[in-house]
Each structure stands twice: as C-alpha cells, then as structure tokens.
Design a protein around this ligand. Structure first.
Ligand SMILES: [Zn+2]
Length: 183
C-alpha cells in the first residue's frame, strides 16, 4: 500500500490540498509510520446501521492512533464483485482520509467539515447535529442518528479530498502496471 500512498501524496493537487486545508507541516507518510508503531490496523465488527467503513481513533502525536476497519465475516455474495484494482485505488484515498483524522492538525469529520466550509472551499453549509435530532431535541439522538451525522459530515469534506488526492484511472493504471517493477 505504501508506494501507492506515496504516489498519491506526491500529486501536486494532493500536496496543495493538505498544505492549504490541514497544515503546512503535515506529513501523512510520517503519520502512517507512527500509526504502524502505535495501534495499527484493527478489524472491528460492523454495527447493523454502519456502512463498511474505517474509523480513526486517537492521534499520532498522542501515541494512541489506530484505524478500525469494519469487518464482514461472511464472504462476498457470489454475484458481487469488486476488482482488486478498484478496491486498491479506493483504499488509497480512504487511507489519506483516515490519516488526516490522526494527524496533529486533523480532527473529527464534523470539525473538518466546518473547517472546509469556513475556508470557503464549500459554499454549501455542512450538516448540523440539530438537524438529525428528532424535533431538534439532542437528547433524542440515537447511535444510528449520530452515525448518520458523522457519515454525512465525512462525505461533505471527503469529496474535496477525492478530487485532489484520489488517483485518476489513468494515473492508477500506470502505478498499478509498474507496481513492483520500480526500483
Ligand atoms: Zn472521516
């Protein structure tokens, strides 16, 4: 995974995106190395209302970072097929997203959505927790509703990340074909 991650982060658009929206000094590859020395990658059971997702927990500068991957114990349904190529391409931007949460200048999906809105990167206001509370009453928020809020906040800023950092099909084809061949 690391060579692909490095190539994505070396993209001019991705470099600029992270410097401008996260911080000038963020080095995602360093965070990736720290993550491996800390909690690393952990499989976690999926709750019924969750998408197959990844959660970032802790911060690398606190020494307690880890990534939880929802795990489905059942094999893929016979007719559902996702190619290794597509899965790997998507994982590149998923990892950058999650590593941003773990960096010292990162934050929750809600905080990042707010930050992107304030910086003017998105004209549409981000989701608000009040809008998920039945009758506007936050005491009525269930784990499902909180999850929905977090997932929508995530999509809100993730689309900007994807347009800057997700390798295009053309780029990724090149990387994939040369995978393991480059010195
Ligand atoms: Zn997120």
């Amino acid at each position: 995974m690391q060579p692909f991650l490095k190539k994505a982060l070396d993209k001019e658009s991705c470099k600029k995106f992270i410097q401008k929206n996260i911080s000038e000094t963020t080095n995602i590859l360093d965070d990736f190395d720290k993550l491996k020395d800390q909690g690393g990658f952990v499989l976690a059971p999926r709750k019924s209302y969750e998408n197959y997702t990844v959660y970032a927990v802790g911060r690398t500068n606190s020494g307690n970072a880890k990534l939880l991957f929802n795990y489905n114990p059942n094999p893929f349904p016979a007719k559902s097929f996702i190619s290794a190529y597509v899965a790997t391409r998507v994982l590149v931007s998923t990892l950058i997203h999650e590593l941003i949460h773990l960096t010292k200048d990162g934050g929750s999906d809600w905080e990042l959505a707010e930050r992107f809105y304030k910086s003017g990167l998105d004209k549409k206001p981000p989701p608000k927790i009040e809008d998920y509370a039945p009758g506007g009453d936050k005491s009525k928020l269930t784990p499902e509703l909180i999850y929905k809020f977090a997932a929508d906040s995530s999509s809100y800023w993730d689309k900007h990340l994807d347009s800057a950092c997700l390798p295009t099909d053309e780029e990724f084809k090149q990387w994939w074909q040369n995978w393991g061949l480059e010195k």
